[in-house]
Design a protein around this ligand. Structure first.
Ligand code: UDX
Ligand code: UDX
Length: 434
């Protein structure tokens, strides 16, 4: 069993920490934020995920996991050092590597005698881990090992990977890291650091591309009176295409996709390479939240003074994360148009919302409005009685930006329903069939 140090205890760092502890390794976590370390020492995680606090409590008790605010002490005697500090986007779309640079500068002063490899896990532009390797030359071997963890499901994703990608220039270092993943019995792929960095960027770009494609087709469904869920289910049933990430909606949000696509686009531009599909996926995604507001204005006219109920603020169901959530961007748009918004999210108890937007504590309280917008696909929204919604909703309009509700039940309650490429009255053009 190995002694592993994890630098940066955000969701990637914590999912890896818990995953490795579950596999029997000993973990020391370091974070630059002392309050985060103090919380973790008390068993409080920085993000929400089913079962994570119970698992953390278990490993704090057995002593297999501990946390410190002292990087030198965290790294001492570690056999592997993993870096998962945040690499957020700067205003120009490039990746902010300040945290990574600070962490590597500090590592140069640490005792890395026992360390077989420093493993970079943060998403970075290709070439970054070669730079880190130069910084740590004669001090430690450097590996780039991307993560493919989804927020809200990160520990499960860690323990059931489709593949483990290892970008290394030293076989000894690669083997030391690869050995950790043997019990998971997933394919291990060994490549160069640069290729591993691009595998991460290209994977996120392809997933985002699928979503933007689904949104484009759903918008076409709207114009044709076709049902986007049927159409995309039909498309995704082809094994060459696959059904995953074809769910149309308000667009992709969250701290990763937009940032990673912009970073990839920038990397390509700097090397005079056209990445039109990546740029196209971003363009579609910028338009999609505006489209939801267009649907609303097409039905209601001016939004000045109109009361809009909103269900969902998190960037997807299963998380309380609103970083780069398109729901929040839609709220900003509504606020600029003079709407008065009552928003509810089952995972969010407080948030800084735009002007005239209030966070309320129940779904029905939010639905006390002229119209209702669904912006996150929380399954519990399907459980709310459409008749109870109908009693309070004065303009009787539901715009389902996630196609999350049951159309029939909404319409039976006397409400109008508009989804994304999903209409309550499918047009049957039988002549076209014959
Ligand atoms: C991760 C990856 O690091 C990022 O590259 C990827 O694109 C998305 O997932 P995430 O875990 O979401 O980021 O980041 P965050 O939740 O912000 O946590 C990063 C942690 O690193 C924070 O706790 C922060 O305090 C810590 N950190 C940051 C350091 O310990 N040192 C630093 O210098 C900077
Ligand atoms: C993503 C990647 O999936 C993961 O591999 C990577 O490591 C980090 O980025 P995450 O951002 O946690 O994970 O969420 P994900 O489940 O991929 O969803 C991203 C966004 O796309 C969400 O806003 C989600 O609602 C949206 N989405 C996803 C769709 O609109 N339609 C889909 O079919 C799938």
């Amino acid at each position: 069993m190995s002694r592993i140090c994890i630098i940066g205890t955000g969701y990637v760092g914590m999912a890896s920490a818990i995953g490795f502890a579950e596999l029997g390794h000993t973990i020391v976590g370091f974070d630059i934020m002392p309050e985060r370390v103090a919380d973790l020492q008390r068993g409080i995680t920085p993000y929400r995920e089913a079962g994570i606090e119970e698992t953390l409590a278990k490993h704090l008790k057995t002593g297999r996991m501990r946390f410190t605010a002292n990087q030198q002490e965290a790294v001492r005697s570690a056999q592997l050092v993993l870096i998962s500090v945040g690499t957020p986007a700067l205003a120009d779309g490039s990746c902010d590597l300040t945290g990574l640079r600070q962490c590597v500068a500090a590592l140069r002063k640490c005792d890395l005698t026992d360390c077989a490899a420093v493993v970079l896990r943060s998403t970075v532009p290709p070439g970054t881990s070669d730079d880190v390797a130069k910084q740590l030359e004669n001090i430690a071997e450097v590996i780039y090992a991307p993560e493919f963890l989804r927020e809200g499901n990160a520990v499960a994703d860690f323990l059931k990977p489709d593949r483990t990608v290892i970008g290394a220039e030293s076989i000894t270092a690669a083997v030391a890291y690869a050995t950790l993943f043997e019990p998971l019995q997933a394919p291990i792929m060994l490549t160069s650091r640069r290729s591993a960095e691009l595998i991460k960027g290209a994977s996120n770009a392809f997933l985002a591309l699928k979503i933007s494609f689904a949104n484009e087709i759903a918008n076409l469904c709207d114009a044709l009176g076709a049902d986007s869920l049927d159409v995309l289910r039909g498309v995704g049933s082809d094994r060459r295409i696959g059904p995953a990430f074809l769910m149309p909606g308000i667009g992709f949000g969250g701290p990763c996709f937009e940032k990673d696509l912009k970073s990839l686009e920038r990397t390509a531009t700097r090397r005079m390479v056209n990445c039109e599909l990546v740029s196209g996926a971003l363009r579609v995604n910028e338009r999609q939240p505006k489209r939801i507001v267009e649907i609303l204005t097409a039905e209601l006219g001016s939004l000045q003074g109109r009361r809009i109920g909103v269900w969902g603020l998190a960037f997807k169901a299963g998380t309380d994360d609103i970083r780069d959530s398109l729901a929040v961007r839609i709220l900003e748009d509504l606020s600029e148009r003079g709407a008065i918004v009552r928003a509810f999210d089952p995972a969010i108890r407080s948030a800084n919302l735009p002007e005239n937007c209030t966070l309320v504590t129940t779904a029905l309280d939010a639905a006390d409005a002229d119209a209702l917008l669904v912006l996150t696909e929380w399954p519990e929204f399907r459980e709310v009685s459409p008749h109870a919604i109908a009693r309070n909703l004065s303009a009787r309009l539901v715009v389902d930006g996630r196609n999350a509700l049951d159309i029939e039940r909404i319409v039976d309650a006397g409400l109008r329903y508009r989804g994304v490429g999903r209409t309550a009255d499918p047009v049957l053009e039988l002549e076209a069939v014959s």
